[in-house]
Design a protein around this ligand. Structure first.
Ligand code: ARG
Length: 460
């Protein structure tokens, strides 16, 4: 029989197929650092409380540090028979330092241990995600500043709607990623809770000090209910939900970059280093990075659904089902960090075709609203003005012209209120700069928004 910590109760050894089926070591081995940090803190707390001696604790801590080194040096053996990272480390410690290692698992269980490991892991990962998000925001701000006064067509229903500043458009993504950052920051409040010492589900008979363990590990709070502590995976779901929203934002940005780089739009060129060609069509230069990011959004949504379904209807407290939380979580983390990284690299390598973008504001009756506002300012009720402009648009269409191409006398056939000053009103830059409402696209408003963004990001 292979030695297992629960061997005492069993007469037969585990079937090899069962070991292979239930092993999670290939997945949870990446929690080794957190598992060791948790064990080190646990040892020190046990010694401080007089549950083990200081000498025993020091032997274990040294042994654990050596295991960390072995793992990092690639000389640590993994085996399905030891199931998960917790058992691997404990068994290696027993092999290395002997009998005393058997005291490591005093007053804890793998149920609170795994909850601790994931929380430690997600604290680190959240900080990485937050840092990467602010990096991306800085890149967006820098791009917006570089193109601060460039105009482009703004769209609704993917039809030209009203002209806007390119910087205003870019700052819309700044806002999305800002909300994402806030969500990850907020999620940290609920990740930053220390579950160890809840033991299997009911707490422990040993005189442990959970607050000391939390202090040693840098947690702000200690979990309040032992049963909830070992069965709570809300924080993983929240993280994945925040990641899903962030990926949704990425998918929107990606979609725009894909459209904008098409010959139909011709708004941007993505540098060669960030595009690929076609194996058959020599002319092709494909926006693979945004396409892949758009595609990976589906993976992350799938992970969220997997986690919600995993936890649905689980009775308290720990159930082995929960081992299935790690593949979707790790995949979410890897995907999100990879997307953040590649976008931080790609965004500065996009060239905006400012002329083409500006040209798109000259056609498509993008100034129609402003003609209606002009008439309304001269006393015509807005609804009537809307009708007048609608008829003028229909006429211009029949002439294959834009509103600004019609003569004053042509325009006057729709309303006598129209005069020579109308052309100024119909000009792109006027249209943009008149939108001075807070959060609008007028130059000074966008300049304000840029300053606020710089301040928020500590860019000055
Ligand atoms: N590998 C397990 C997991 O990830 C650790 C906890 C196992 N607990 C147990 N009672 N089998 O959930």
């Amino acid at each position: 029989m292979s030695e297992k910590p629960w061997d005492g109760r069993f007469q037969e050894s585990t079937d090899k197929a069962v070991e292979a089926f239930s092993s999670s070591i290939q997945v949870d081995r990446r929690l080794y650092k957190q598992d060791i940090a948790g064990s080190v803190a646990h040892c020190r707390m046990l010694a401080k409380q007089g549950i083990i001696t200081h000498d025993e604790a020091e032997q274990m801590v040294r042994g654990l540090e050596k295991i960390r080194q072995d793992i990092e040096d690639g000389c640590f053996a993994y085996s399905d028979s030891l199931e998960d990272i917790h058992m691997h480390i404990e068994s290696a410690l027993t092999r290395d330092i002997g009998e005393v290692a058997k005291k490591l698992h005093t007053a804890r269980s793998r149920n609170d241990q795994v909850a601790l490991d994931i929380r430690l892991y997600l604290k680190e990962v959240s900080a990485d995600v937050i840092a990467a998000l602010s990096e991306l925001q800085k890149i967006l701000v820098t791009l917006a500043e570089k193109h601060q006064d460039r105009v482009m067509a703004g769209y609704t229903h993917l039809q030209r709607a009203q002209p806007v500043l390119l910087s205003h458009h870019l700052l819309a993504y700044y806002e999305m990623f800002k909300r994402d950052r806030e969500r990850f920051e907020d999620g940290l409040k609920r990740i930053d809770v220390m579950p160890l010492g809840s033991a299997a589900l009911a707490g422990t008979t040993y005189p442990i000090d959970r607050h000391e363990t939390a202090r040693l590990l840098g947690f702000s709070r200690v979990s309040a209910n032992s049963m909830d502590s070992v069965s709570d995976r809300d924080f993983i779901i929240e993280f994945t939900a925040a990641a899903s929203l962030c990926m949704m934002h990425f998918s929107r940005l990606s979609e725009e970059l894909i459209l904008w780089s098409s010959s139909e739009f011709g708004f941007i060129v993505i540098a060669d280093a960030f595009t690929t060609g076609s194996s058959i069509m020599p002319q092709k230069k494909n926006p693979d990075i945004p396409e892949l990011v758009r595609g990976k959004t589906g993976r992350v949504y799938g992970n969220l659904m997997a986690l919600l379904t995993l936890m649905k209807s689980l009775p308290m407290a720990y159930n082995r089902d929960m081992q299935e939380d790690k593949p979707p979580l790790f995949d979410t983390v890897d995907t999100l960090l990879a997307c953040l990284d590649i976008y931080c690299r790609m965004m500065p390598n996009i060239t905006f075709n400012e002329k083409t973008m500006a040209r798109a504001t000259e056609t498509g009756f993008i100034n129609a609203t402003d003609l209606a506002d002009y008439l309304a300012a001269k006393g015509l009720p807005f609804r009537d003005a809307h009708g007048v402009v609608g008829r003028a648009v229909a006429f211009a269409l029949s002439q294959n012209k834009e509103l600004q191409d019609l003569s004053v006398s042509d325009l006057q056939t729709f309303s006598p209120l129209i005069e020579g000053d109308v052309y100024q009103v119909l000009a792109t830059r006027t249209i943009i700069d008149r939108r001075t409402s807070f959060g609008g696209t007028a130059g000074p408003c966008v300049a304000e928004a840029l300053l606020a963004a710089r301040r928020e990001l500590g860019m000055d």
